[in-house]
Design a protein around this ligand. Structure first.
Ligand code: NAI
Length: 506
């Protein structure tokens, strides 16, 4: 199906943050755009906010003044629905209220041509439900942009039960022509991104509640070792805790209170206190003028007399770390084994989702020190470790000294199953696998959505494949055993992959 021709006018209803951004995107692509808002002067204000945005780019020499003038001339503020009659695509970005959106959509049906596509930018309302009162719901599709729309590449094209394939395909092709990265999703709560991302916040919040370490250290681990742009606490401070908590609660309630999506009391407390993040000057962090952001906890420099690293068997995902350690001038001895590393008194291993203390007891290896996952062990600047309760102080020192030889900042955290990055990646993968199993979107589109919508360093399903087909399943199984909760039960697809000996992409 072809994209809309740029000679087809596009209408945007609602000239708030999203509507103005979407109008800008459509005008940038060359369409004539009608911008409508029920608040007097709001459409013109929306147009002016676009001028302001783009003027900065003109001032920096990134675009020509003439391009800005031409673009702005393509955007026409209008006052009534009748003015939108010639549009071939109408995108509504009005208030997030089912009944108000429904009423607008039925009114649009009376004004627009029969083949005009009606799109909704809703982030949480069922597209199926929005179409239910329409004469022809097959022409309604979700076109879910992310904020700020001109900058964020992702557009979720959301199909309701009645949405025609041709309409979804046309909107997909049009979004691609506008320079976006579209993905197709069925209309299920949270669509792709707002559903699959829940564990990113939930696991950090739980680790904080369990006093694993402080928020600055958890954020630093997620950023530096996980490769995420921001940790969960700095990100939710930016999004606003009211907004983030509302999305979590909405997904939780929409899935009939499935405990996998359980909101966090830690976050509710912030909402109750009015500590909504940057916008109120206080969230997890203090944004008052002159306030210093706390530094992450870094284990102090350790000294060890050991100079030989014993690598027992295939280190698996730790192989790049072993290479990095070898480059720091250590003697390396390789021998058979199960992937452990030995240095002085320390026995190091990648977390498999069990607490170090539990695994040390089961494997009769008192001096066990578990390493967290890093997105890129070659370049990570920080790594979290957990030390078994039975381990000697010398084992702890040797483990820290070993890692510090490569310049790594070591954050020793309390002994919790799956540490930080590993349990986050495992639970993200789990949610993504469920979404794929339920036909919400394809495996490729889920990964693309998480990368383009949230700047994740890798899609969770590809990431899981890269770790080896069974590791994430093992981590989740152990997390489930530790907590006894449904929240960590491995998704069927992961289980199937594990027994088939293959990954999501193989
Ligand atoms: P906003 O509050 O900034 O703007 C909404 C605009 O719609 C206001 O200017 C309001 O006057 C206008 N409006 C309300 N009812 C109207 C009606 N019946 N007819 C014409 N105009 C009407 O809201 P925002 O943030 O732009 O969100 C708009 C939509 O986009 C919502 O459905 C929201 O869930 C969705 N969305 C929001 C995102 C965000 O980060 N803010 C991200 C993705 C989707």
């Amino acid at each position: 199906m072809q994209a809309l021709s740029t000679s087809t006018p596009v209408a945007v209803i609602g000239a708030g943050a999203m509507g103005s951004g979407i109008a800008q995107v459509a005008a940038q692509a060359g369409h004539q755009v009608f911008l409508l808002d029920q608040r007097e002067g709001a459409a013109e204000a929306g147009r002016q906010s676009i001028v302001k945005q783009l003027q900065r780019r003109v001032d920096k020499g990134r675009i020509e003044q003439s391009a800005l003038d031409a673009l702005i001339n393509r955007i026409t503020p209008v006052n009534q629905l009748d003015d939108l009659a010639s549009a071939g695509l109408v995108i509504e970005a009005i208030v997030e209220d089912r009944d108000i959106k429904r009423s607008l959509l039925t009114s649009l049906e009376q004004v627009c041509d029969d083949d005009t596509i009606l799109a909704t930018n809703t982030s949480s309302i069922s597209v199926t439900a929005l179409g239910a009162k329409m004469k022809n719901p097959s022409r309604l599709v979700g076109m879910h942009f992310f904020n700020p729309a001109p900058l964020m590449a992702l557009v979720e094209v959301v199909k309701g039960l009645a949405t025609s394939d041709a309409v979804a395909q046309c909107v997909y092709a049009t979004a691609a022509q506008w320079g976006k990265k579209p993905v197709t999703a069925t209309s299920t709560p949270g669509f792709i991104v707002n559903r699959v991302a829940r564990p990113f916040y939930a696991e950090s919040l739980r680790l904080l509640q369990e006093q694993t370490t402080d928020s600055a250290t958890l954020d630093a681990i997620m950023r530096e070792a996980g490769g995420f742009r921001m940790g969960a606490f700095e990100l939710t401070d930016l999004i606003g805790h009211d907004v983030n908590y509302a999305v979590t609660s909405s997904v939780f309630n929409s899935y009939y209170q499935d405990t996998r999506f359980l909101p966090s009391l830690v976050q509710k407390d912030l909402v109750d206190a009015g500590r909504l993040g940057r916008k109120t000057g206080q969230g997890f962090y203090n944004y008052a003028e002159g306030a210093q952001k706390p530094l992450p906890a870094t284990t102090e420099k350790a000294n060890s007399v050991a100079d030989t690293l014993i690598v027992e068997g295939d280190p698996g995902p730790l192989a790049p770390l072993v290479k990095r350690l070898a480059a720091s001038g250590l003697n390396i001895i390789e021998r058979d084994g199960s992937g452990r590393l030995r240095f002085g008194d320390a026995v190091l291993a990648l977390t498999d989702g069990r607490m170090a203390t539990e695994r040390a007891a089961i494997e009769a290896c008192n001096n066990l020190v578990l390493l967290d996952l890093a997105f890129d062990y070659t370049n990570t600047t920080r790594l979290a470790i957990a030390v078994a309760g039975q381990a000697s102080e010398q084992a702890r020192i040797d483990a820290c000294a070993l890692l510090q030889k490569t310049g790594l900042a070591v954050s020793q955290i309390a002994d919790r199953p799956g540490l930080v990055v590993m349990r986050t990646v495992a639970t993200l993968t789990n949610e993504a696998a469920d979404a794929a199993l339920h036909g919400v979107a394809s495996i490729g589109d889920i990964d693309l959505a998480m990368k383009a919508g949230l700047n994740y360093p890798e899609g969770p399903l590809r990431w899981s494949d890269n770790l080896g087909f069974s590791l994430v399943h093992t981590v989740l199984t152990h997390l489930q055993q530790s907590y006894g909760e449904e929240r960590y039960r491995p998704a069927l697809l992961l289980r199937q992959n594990r027994f088939a000996g293959k990954g999501f992409y193989s």
